[in-house]
Design a protein around this ligand. Structure first.
Ligand code: ADP
Length: 360
């Protein structure tokens, strides 16, 4: 697959507030038409990084190149990016139409073009029936749509989104996530979003960068970040995971684990000593009996915790060697729910190929 051109190039960016190093030597390449998400816990520096790119903050060190132009010292209003905030930032005294038109009028775009562009965008955000309403008369989701319309109406190449959906309730949030993806695909804009919500990052992004304490820990496609993460921190931050403690016998290409004994790592590139093995809870299944299958690892245990989520049950299993593992089971049959109660004994198994080798 040919890669799109780089549209944002961040080089060794640093930003401190007093003693707080909010952005610590960050370098990143964001390509055209990517839906790129910065994911990390609250306070790790995500918003600061986005604000540096937009020009709302100025870095202490490093550079920001947007579409080949060094923007490091260009003021915010002259950078080729638009920003959408969590707080919508709509003008309360203007109706929806005037809110969306505002930036275009400021740029002295001919009124005929303004009408045309606003007309197109109203269908995209499904707000045609609301153009003469004021922000206070709209729901959170509708306000967020208008904020998005205002950011995309002047055909930007890049839109920066700072936790744009965090004020919405769960159902609306999922609906808006899908709309963001559709809008991004239809308009072929580069979206760069920051969020602390793992599910949101996974479901909407083409690429994710995980951030901790001002640093980018790992950048990967969203599928690979979940299925083939490289760093233990990213694997644990994105979804649940069982970490299998033990040590690597590098010469023999074997991982010795207390829970499962020796696990063959042959074929794995980049084995080094400072690694752990891990497996996602949904990759472990409950078996009726042990079979002599190639590459399968089995373990017996007792359910010590069971949480029912309707479609899934999350189980904690204490293995016969007293170690715990987590299993996520899909509730395919109603009449098998009884087997998932606390105290029940079971046999679990997984495929060696689903194990993940992680750098500590
Ligand atoms: P996030 O978006 O990941 O929640 P932020 O980028 O908002 O994190 O903040 C990163 C760190 O920088 C935090 O410790 C925060 O308190 C600090 N910080 C952010 N903005 C300012 C500011 N304007 N003044 C002082 N400290 C700030």
């Amino acid at each position: 697959m040919t890669k799109n051109k780089i549209c944002i190039e961040i080089k060794n960016l640093n930003k401190s507030f007093g003693d707080t190093l909010a952005v610590d030597d960050v370098s990143l390449n964001i390509h055209e038409n990517e839906f790129f998400t910065i994911l990390g816990p609250s306070g790790c520096g995500k918003s600061t990084l986005l604000r540096l790119i937009s020009g709302l903050e100025i870095q202490d060190k490093g550079s920001i190149i947007i579409n080949g132009l060094d923007c490091s010292s260009i003021p915010a209003n002259n950078r080729p990016v638009n920003m959408v905030f969590q707080s919508y930032a709509l003008f309360p005294h203007l109706n929806i139409k005037d809110n969306i038109e505002f930036g275009l009028k400021l740029k002295k775009i001919p009124i005929k073009d303004i009408r045309q562009r606003v007309d197109n965008i109203l269908d995209l955000i499904k707000m045609r029936d609301y153009i003469y309403k004021y922000p206070a008369e709209l729901s959170g989701g509708q306000r967020q749509r208008v904020a998005l319309a205002r950011a995309i109406v002047n055909n930007p190449k890049i839109v920066l989104l700072d936790e744009p959906l965090s004020a919405l309730d769960a159902n609306l949030r999922i609906e808006m996530q899908q709309e963001l993806v559709n809008i991004q695909r239809n308009l072929e804009i580069t979206f760069m979003l920051v969020t602390h919500d793992q599910d949101e990052a996974l479901s909407i992004s083409s690429k994710i960068a995980i951030m901790e304490n001002g640093k980018i820990i790992e950048t990967n496609t969203s599928t690979n970040m979940y299925e083939y993460p490289i760093k233990k921190y990213s694997a644990e931050f994105l979804g649940r995971i069982n970490i299998i403690d033990g040590y690597v016998l590098k010469k023999k290409q074997i991982f010795h684990s207390e829970i499962f004994g020796n696990i063959d790592l042959k074929g794995n590139e980049n084995i080094c000593e400072n690694m752990v093995l891990a497996i996602r809870p949904e990759k472990i299944i409950i078996e009726k009996r042990k079979e002599n299958k190639l590459n399968r690892i089995y373990a017996k245990g007792t359910i010590t915790n069971s949480t029912y989520y309707g479609d899934m049950s999350y189980l904690t299993i204490e293995l016969d060697n007293t170690k715990e593992i987590y299993i996520h089971v899909q509730n395919i049959h109603r009449n098998s729910l009884n087997e998932l109660k606390i105290g029940k004994k079971l046999l679990a198994s997984f495929d060696i190929n689903d194990l993940i080798l992680l750098e500590k």
